[in-house]
Design a protein around this ligand. Structure first.
Ligand SMILES: C[C@](O)(CO)[C@H](O)COP(=O)(O)OP(=O)(O)OC[C@H]1O[C@@H](n2ccc(N)nc2=O)[C@H](O)[C@@H]1O
Ligand SMILES: Nc1ncnc2c1ncn2[C@@H]1O[C@H](COP(=O)(O)OP(=O)(O)OP(=O)(O)O)[C@@H](O)[C@H]1O
Length: 274
């Protein structure tokens, strides 16, 4: 049995620069990962198929379009023609929520298959599979803080980030990434600053916040409440939303904030930058 973590991805800053003729957007983003997320378990000797467990299993079916099975099929086609395995996905991250759950699952599946079949994680064929599966999958395959450019696949790894406490809050409203990008106003507001990533994040923004707020008005309240918590360094939406994150200066104040937001019935996860 091989187990691979599929940690949640954050966009500490997300600057959308241009709309491309192929329908994607040119962006500049600070990718970061946290200590918690989904889990992939792969058993090459088990009965082939995908089982989904965990608190958000109900939001997904084990259908063939699941990113885990798409990753498995692509690995067999492009990397090594291996037989199908028994795969368990423990789904702890909300679906369609801007923290790359599906992308993390796909990347963890590729990593698990690579381990099982003696392929290196930086094998160009594995990276090509990641790119074909989604814009966030290459960053999730890399699994460490990085600047992302292009549609997110051109990655420049960063030194490890400080393990700052993080609170993730999702108002339980799924948001379609394509619908949010489609509402971006077309204004290039400039690049992400170079230098210290936390300082660059503070000086940066998420250009998808305004269009996401139109589709999911609850984001505004989540951000306002997060920003008002004592000890917050930065409160921002991740990706195309609706999950928002807050970085804190200490763990106790992060826990206090989680307790303060609990009555709203939102999904909250207390974690840390990894
Ligand atoms: C918002 C981010 O999460 C930031 O990291 C990503 O850019 C989105 O990554 P993702 O969910 O893996 O997205 P994909 O599955 O590749 O694309 C979904 C849809 O989002 C839009 N999309 C995505 C990425 C990008 N750079 N420009 C886009 O316009 C496209 O309409 C695309 O059809
Ligand atoms: N294993 C999976 N986990 C989550 N979503 C999946 C999975 N497989 C397929 N999907 C589909 O992919 C879509 C996007 O899901 P995901 O949770 O990756 O979005 P996201 O959190 O907005 O990601 P991103 O931040 O990369 O935009 C969902 O609508 C879902 O139906």
């Amino acid at each position: 049995m091989i187990e691979e973590a599929a940690p949640a991805k954050l966009n500490l800053a997300l600057h959308v620069r241009a709309r491309r003729p192929d329908g994607y957007h040119e962006l500049e983003t600070l990718f970061a990962f946290v200590a918690d997320g989904d889990t992939i378990r792969l058993d090459t000797a088990g009965a082939p198929g995908l089982t989904i467990t965990g608190p958000f299993a109900g939001g997904l079916s084990g259908e063939a379009d699941n990113l885990v099975l798409r990753a498995e099929r692509l690995f067999a086609k492009r990397v090594k023609p291996v037989p199908r395995a028994a795969i368990e996905l423990v789904k702890r991250l909300p679906v369609a929520s801007g923290i790359g759950g599906g992308s993390a699952d796909a990347a963890a599946t590729l990593r698990a298959l690579a381990r099982a079949h003696g392929v290196a994680n930086d094998d160009p064929r594995l990276v090509a599979c990641a790119e074909a599966l989604g814009s966030d999958v290459p960053a999730c395959l890399l699994g460490r803080a990085a600047v992302g450019r292009g549609r997110g696949e051109r990655l420049e790894p960063l030194p490890p980030l400080p393990p700052l406490p993080v609170l993730l809050v999702n108002p339980r409203v799924p948001v379609s990434t394509a619908a949010v990008f489609a509402r971006w106003d077309g204004t290039d507001r400039g690049p992400v600053a170079s230098g210290d990533p936390i300082a660059a994040a503070l000086a940066g923004r998420n250009d998808l916040e305004p269009p996401a707020r139109v589709l999911a008005p609850a984001i505004e309240r989540v951000l306002a409440l997060l920003a008002a918590q004592p000890g917050v360094i930065l409160a921002r939406m991740s990706g195309s939303g609706a999950t928002c994150f807050a970085l804190f200066d200490d763990r106790a104040r992060c826990s206090d904030a989680a307790a303060a937001l609990a009555p709203d019935g939102w999904w909250c996860l207390e974690t840390a930058l990894a």
